[in-house]
Ligand binder design. Sequence first.
Ligand code: 5RP
Length: 154
Amino acid sequence: MRVHIATDHAAFEEKKALVERLQQAGHDVVDHGAHEYDAEDDYPDFIIPCAEAVVGEPGSLGIVLGGSGNGEQIAANKVTGVRAALAYNTELAKLSREHNNANVLSLGGRMNSIDECWAMVEVFLATEFAGVARHQRRIDKMAAYEASRPGQAS
Ligand SMILES: O=C(CO)[C@H](O)[C@H](O)COP(=O)(O)O
């Protein structure tokens, strides 16, 4: 699977480890940075391009990381077409795909170990959207709202 990934400094080591594990597992990984550790860097600079790449490549998925994952989820969700979910256990990662058809998973490198992050990534990538009508209806309502905002193409 094509996987876009990004972090700020706060999950620099976790991102590096995840890129290695994803490649070992055979995924086609695009690393949007941070490529160097800089304690003063800003997560939107990496997360927004990563989220845009996910939308630009239908069928791909994204993994964004930070200290908590909160700001990274918020930044990713600013990109039209992104449904980014914050997870801290595998059940949330699974539900984000099954119920929300999330295309971006947000993780907190200061909240979970590398092994825990990897477990969530594996579940996220392996789980399909359930396609149940009530879930699709709710996603459609959000997409309609998104499309109705000024400046959005119809
Ligand atoms: O998780 C994050 C945003 O939600 C950031 O990674 C976190 O805020 C960075 O913190 P600091 O600049 O103190 O290292």
